[in-house]
Structures are given as structure tokens and as C-alpha cells.
Write a protein that binds this ligand. Sequence first.
Ligand code: FMN
Length: 356
Amino acid sequence: MRAVSAIDAAYRQLFKRYLFRFDAEYAHRMTLRMLSLMPPFTPPRERPELAIKLWDTDFSNPIGLAAGMDKDAVAIRAWETLGFGFAELGTITPRPQAGNETPRLWRLPERRALINQLGFPSEGMEAVAPRIHRMRKAGISIRIGLNFGPNSNTPPEAVAADYTRLMERLGPLADFIVVNVSSPNTPGLRNWQSPEKMSELFATMVGDAGESPRPVLVKISPDLERNELFRICESALEIGVDGIVACNTSVAREALGVLSPHPGGLSGRPLLIRARELIRDIHTHTRGKIPIIGVGGVGTAEDAWLHIRAGASIVELYTALIYEGPGVVEKIKTGLADLLRRNGFRSIGEAVGIDR
Ligand SMILES: Cc1cc2nc3c(=O)[nH]c(=O)nc-3n(C[C@H](O)[C@H](O)[C@H](O)COP(=O)(O)O)c2cc1C
């Protein structure tokens, strides 16, 4: 815990004085570099009531890092030190690619939000694999999700093959896999959310026998119509998808109360209520049969708690880490343990979906 406080204090000093004066992407790169160079510290002590088991995997707590922060798996030890129970790394593409032109990341500090149109900059799966392999060999307690996406120059007819290659190369290194079909910054990607395309994709990735050595989840967009969402839920049940990550960034602006000229995906506080609505709809429509990772706008224990009560088994965050600093993870965990106790629950699992 002392290590987390020191890192948090250092970030706040830097954050206040320097980081926010830089271009958002440059500041992000510097922060990630510092985190990747950080010496290993003992992670904070875990509270047993926050532990949860999903897909036969034990998570020491339900708070995870959302995809996009550590796209190339360079700072796994730092996420563990900050107290995350899991980290979703990626989006990883098969071949290295630079992503979209810059500038492509903007802050909306007064709304505690970001807009990005990065377009999957990735060092590619061959760079990422040995990093995860090394960490596994050294021993880590944090759970690792790997988020997959196709290269931007892959023709539509070869997209499923991109996911399959990622699955073959990186699948065995992951605790769970996330198929990202919802980034708004890769043209055509969101079409893969349709039930027909999703079935085709999963059949190719996992094989017709439907057996994957690792749980395979799908990450969906907050911009889906309700009837589209219900069709996705039905087909997810049918295909045997192991989980749904709800949700990615949004291209909506006015509907989320944001006015901004920047293009791309909106994340952070304005997404909170929409994400919760999606989580509740998925939980209801799948009758709680498919575990949900709740993500979107989480910055406090109360936010995480309400995502869990709506149906999320575990929760992720990204944007709050930028605005609140790395101490936010431990703050949320302490608050969650308190909320559990005050509401008469003995474990996170008992509270999942009780507001359905
Ligand atoms: C700068 C940035 C980059 C992101 N990159 C990815 C990505 O590569 N893959 C992905 O699935 N989600 C990506 N996301 C979306 C997040 O994982 C998350 O779904 C979204 O930001 C909502 O969570 P938040 O409000 O806690 O940030 C990115 C988000 C941001 C802000």
C-alpha cells in the first residue's frame, strides 16, 4: 500500500505540474514508460471478500485495467503493484501497425472524459508474446486478459483469419480472451457485431467443436440499438460466448451530453450511465447466464458497485486512471469492501445483478 501511495503522490505532482501541459498521447507514452521501468513492489494486501471466481479462474479482486492503456503488454508488473485484480492488454493486432495519424487523443477535463481515434497502434503479436511469457515465468498474481483486433489493411474476407492467428499465438498465454469488434476507429469492424458475423467469427476462431482452451469474450459498443443488443445476446447464448465486455467507447456526443469537434470514441464519466444500462439489459436478456465485464465511466467505488449490482461480475476502468491517478484502484477497492459490508453481503458474487 505504501508503494501505491508513493506512486500516486508522484503522479499527482507530475500531473499537476507537467503532464497535462503536454499533448495527451505524449503524456500517456511517458507515463507508460515510467510504469514499465518501475521496480517490482509487493502488491497491496487483498481483502478476501473482494475475491471472485469466474470461468474457473480466481480473481483476487474485481477491478481491472481496461484495454487500450497497455496495448503492448509493457507494464504488467505495474498493474499488479497498483492493486488491479486483472489487466486487459491490447488491442493487439497480428502484424505491427502505426495506427491513425496524429493528433488522435484529446482530453475533456471538465467532463472527466477522453476522445480517441488511435486506430489500434500495436507492436504486433510477435513483440507481445515474449513479454507475457517472461512475466508468467517470473510469476504474477494478476490475471491477464488479451484483447484482439485485426490489422487495418486486412481485407474483410481475411479478418476472421487475423483473429484466429492471434488466438493460436497468444491464446495459451491468456487467462481470458476478448474479441474486440466494437472499436469505432477501424472502418468496418463494428459490422462483426451482427449475430451472423459473430457466429462466423467464433466458429473460425474456436473451431466448430466450440472448444477453446481459454474463455473467449466479445466486447461490444455502447452505440447499439436495443433490438440489436438483444439479438447479440441471443446469439451469444447460442454460440456459447463465455462473456461480454460492455462497453467500448462511443461515437455519440449529444446523447451523452458532450459537445466536442473531435472525432473518435468517447470514454470516461459521460459513458457511465449508458454502460450501466447496457450491463443491466445484457444481464436481464441472458438471464444472468453470461458473465459481464462492466466498463465505462467508472471512477469511484459507488460507480463500480452499481455496475456490479446491474450485472457485471468484474469491472474495468481506463479514463479515471488518467484523471484520478493510480491511487484510484485501491480507493475503489476499499470503498467496495465497505459498500459490501454496509449492504449486508459477504462477497462480490452475492451482489452481481441484484438490481436486475
Ligand atoms: C485512449 C484509449 C484507447 C483505447 N483503446 C482501446 C483498445 O485498443 N481496445 C479496446 O477494446 N478498447 C479500447 N479503449 C476503450 C476502453 O477499453 C474502455 O472500453 C472505454 O474507455 C470505457 O472505459 P473508461 O470510461 O473507464 O475509459 C480505449 C480507450 C481509450 C480512452
